[in-house]
Ligand binder design. Structure first.
Ligand code: ZN
Length: 241
C-alpha cells in the first residue's frame, strides 16, 4: 500500500477530521508564498516582504504597503485546487469538522467550505478604521494610494494579521477546540515555522496525525504518516462514498 493509499484509507475511517493548512495549499492555485525560496524575494521592492507586511510599516508607509499589497497579496483570479475542493466535499459529507488556515485568500470558502478558521484574517474583509464600514477585496484592488471609505473618508485597513499584530483570541480558541477534539489531524502545505499558529497543532491528542508537505517539517517525527508530495495530488486520491 502506498502512503497515499494509507492516507485515503485513514480519511475513509475518520469522521472527525480537522485540516490545518498553510501557504503550500495556495501555491498550487498559483498564489505565491513569500517565505519560499522562489517566492517574493528579490523582486521590485526595497524592503523584504516581512518588513512591508508589518504593523509598523503599515503605519509609517501606508502607500508603499498598499502598492505591495495590491500587487502581491490580492490574487483575485486564483481558483481552488483539488485540495480545497476535496476538503469542502469532506465537510459536506460530515467527515471534516473544521479547516484552520494560515492563508488569507478565501479559496476554501470559494470551494464551498463553511467552517474555516482564518488565523491570519482574509483579504476579502477590509474595514474603515473610522466608521468600520466593510469593503471587499475588489474595492481595495481598484483603489489607488491609500484606500479610503466612500462613506466617511476614513482610511481602510485589511482584516489581515500583520507581523507584530496578535491573532484573534476567538479564532485561536475555536482552533484549539477543534484540534484537541479531532480524531484525525491533517497538516498540509506548511513548514510549521510560523508561531504561534504552528504551536496549535501540538494540542492534537489522537493517533492519526498526517503531514503532507513537499519538504520536511518539525512535526515529521511526531506524525503517524508523512507524505512529501503535492497536496492537490494527495487529495485527488481521496474517494468519497
Ligand atoms: Zn468610514
Amino acid at each position: 500500500m502506498t502512503k497515499i493509499d494509507t492516507f485515503a484509507d485513514m480519511v475513509r475511517h475518520s469522521d472527525n477530521i480537522v485540516f490545518f493548512g498553510g501557504a503550500g495549499v495556495s501555491t498550487e492555485s498559483g498564489i505565491p508564498d513569500f517565505r519560499s525560496v522562489d517566492g517574493l524575494y528579490n523582486q521590485k521592492y526595497k524592503y523584504p516582504p516581512e518588513t512591508i507586511l508589518s504593523h509598523t510599516f503599515y503605519v509609517e508607509h501606508p502607500e508603499e504597503f498598499y502598492r505591495f499589497y495590491r500587487d502581491k497579496m490580492l490574487c483575485l483570479d486564483a481558483k481552488p485546487n483539488e485540495a480545497h475542493i476535496k476538503l469542502a466535499e469532506l465537510e459536506r459529507a460530515g467527515k471534516l469538522k473544521a479547516i484552520i488556515t494560515q492563508n488569507i485568500d478565501g479559496l476554501h470558502q470559494m470551494a464551498g467550505s463553511k467552517n474555516v478558521l482564518e488565523l491570519h484574517g482574509s483579504v476579502h474583509r477590509n474595514y474603515c478604521q473610522r466608521c468600520h464600514k466593510l469593503f471587499d477585496a475588489e474595492y481595495i484592488l481598484h483603489s489607488t494610494g491609500i484606500p479610503t471609505c466612500d462613506a466617511c473618508g476614513g482610511p481602510i485597513k485589511p482584516d489581515v494579521v500583520l507581523y507584530e499584530e496578535g491573532l484573534d483570541n476567538d479564532v485561536i480558541e475555536q482552533a484549539l477546540y477543534y484540534i484537541s477534539h479531532a480524531d484525525m489531524l491533517i497538516i498540509g502545505g506548511t513548514s510549521l515555522v510560523v508561531y504561534p499558529a504552528a504551536g496549535l497543532v501540538r494540542y492534537y491528542n489522537g493517533h492519526k496525525l498526517v503531514v503532507i508537505n513537499k519538504s520536511s517539517t518539525d512535526m515529521d517525527s511526531s506524525a503517524d504518516l508523512v507524505i512529501n508530495e503535492s497536496i492537490g495530488k494527495v487529495f485527488s486520491h481521496v474517494v468519497l462514498p
